[in-house]
Ligand binder design. Sequence first.
Ligand code: ADP
Ligand code: ZN
Length: 727
Amino acid sequence: MYAEVIVDIAHSDVDKIYDYACDDKVSAGMRVAVPFGRSVTTGFVIRVKERSALESEKIKRILRYDAEPALNRECLELAEKLSERYRCPKALVLRLFLPAEMRTGKVGEATRTFARLTAEPFTISPRAPQQQALVAFLEENGEADTAVLRQRFPGALKALSDKKILLFEKRRVFRDPYGGLEGERREHVLTDAQRTAVEQIRGSSKTVTLLHGVTGSGKTEVYLTLIAEQLAAGKTAIFLVPEISLTPQMLSQLRARFGKSAAILHSGLSAGERFDEWRRLREGSARIAIGARSAVFAPVENIGLIVIDEEHDGSYSSESAPRYNTFDIAHLRARYNGCKLVLGSATPSVETYRRAKEGKFGLVTLPDRINRRPLPEVRLVDMRREVRRGNPSCFSSVLRDKLETCLARGNQAILFLNRRGYSQTVLCRDCGYVAKCRDCDVALTYHREKVNGAERDCLKCHYCGTNYHMLTACPECGGVHLGYTGTGTQKVVAELKKLYPSARVLRMDVDTTSGKEGHYKILKQFASREADILVGTQMVAKGHDFPSVTLVGILDADMSLHFPDYRSGERTFQLVTQVAGRSGRAEERGEVVLQTYDPDNYILRFAAKYDYAGFYEHEIAVRAGAAFPPFARIVRVMVVGSDEKEALAALKEVYEALERIYLKNTDRFLFFNKMHAPIKRIRNKFRYQVLMRLTEGSLLRQIYAVCAECRYRDTLVYVEENPSNLS
Ligand code: ADP
Ligand code: ZN
């Protein structure tokens, strides 16, 4: 017997299928160890056959194999299709289906080392802030996983351990992600509207159904009812959510309802946890896979239903190779399994809604909130008038009034601002110099943080994460008149503290939510009413359900409006609707204050009236007029490399090859040009692009092929289709 094996080396030079001799217990999908070159490598069997075309003395033998195949028939077929579609080495595609441990074979016993402080007296130099922070952390938490400490306080762990300040203990742990999350079982009797929705989806003749339901209309209960039905029928399900760590409520609900049948797959898990969850699904002891986009590759068989919640969310497109779109994979799997795919959203993407309107997808709507609760009233506030009236702060007088009332009544408020840090940029008022990152072509953001009780100023690059010392004078002209422009979440909190000294304020953004439980902690504090106001970036817009929130303030609605991207209008509409949807979800009516410098903007006007249909009709006409997706495809070929000369050579090669395609098919191109990417450099890598707008997709294969051929040592060439971020 012979096995066709793909070796787990993600390099296009070895992207071939190799024949190995094997015994008859080896089957397709198995993980094997094979001799490759001068070493032993992991590989996966994609086919077993009687004969090989190679001479038998040239064929090596498989050294070891697992008892059970890691990959099933469906995965193998899907992998084949994806590798073809995205012109991506097969080994790289297979990795999507497998947790890292499965590939490397390094599944260790799950033990962890915990550290705590010694009871002996000790001192720490004030010049070692990391060590102080670690000590403070342990004083607060008692003990902590050393892996976490190493990540959060780099360097300090070893230093403190050398000084014998820490005590260590190794313990076996049961790898149960979110094991400590107590579930609250909230199973509702379906409302008439929900029941009708369930019946319509169940009875639809279409594979894909869009469930368009306003925020708070009870979409989750519809999904869960449909999932429970499939489980009862002996099938499995996949339930995809944008960012699972942001929605612990959803997780605890699923836990409570499905118990150990539910497995959670997402990037926040440790490798061991992910492996355990994956194995439970593969073995069939867990039958619902829940997770962010990568869970679409869950090893479940006999799928009865796939759900993509918040289908409009940008996180469903992968940003590393292969750059797949979650919907495409889910659709292929639904067709393979003959099951339904449900897309849910209060603000469907324009593309999805168009397909539903054209009848390609089924369309089911939930137009009202549960119990016909009214949607919160949105008040548009013209910030230009505030400035004219001499109010330079980031709170309009309307918002201040409403905030006062909200707090006085003992309710909670959410303030949304999509910019973290204190101020957006620092500039020299004398010469106009703007502080920029050394390695990226972007301005630095001013952060003011409390570390061990002391204020610390710094400048941060939001692209590579580098921290810089705060400027005291302009490095160009020596001037000392530094200006700060653009408000960030930290400044909002500082101003709130001045205005309402007794209000308890929480901030949720990338800077306050590190670690697996970062979001969870803040959301839990807010849910248990340990704070009155939650200030945050778009994380606060996700599906949270806080009954006491009666006021939502959108501090700067224009920020995402003027993003250089054809989807900026759509994204703004979605963001405003989603954040607004957090208000007034229980008995008391909610309110929303939407601050803008552009109060006549049509997107904001539609959003303020919850008029999705109006927004859609307007937006689709704009897209048709400008020939943007879904009436065209934007294809961007990126050339990214640290050696500028090499990157330029790669750009030239790929541009010339693409130009040949262009010249033969000019009628299918609306746009074709090469240029710097809008951000010319990130992490010290130069970025160039060939930007194309095509009338349809038939040339994609050729474009992918051209890019796959363009190989350089240090330069990456890759294709993006309708990228959600054109920077
Ligand atoms: P959506 O996902 O559409 O924004 P959710 O699924 O979060 O809405 O539901 C909104 C709220 O309504 C939740 O608090 C949920 O517990 C509640 N809810 C859902 N279905 C029912 C029902 N049939 N009866 C009563 N309350 C319900
Ligand atoms: Zn940078």
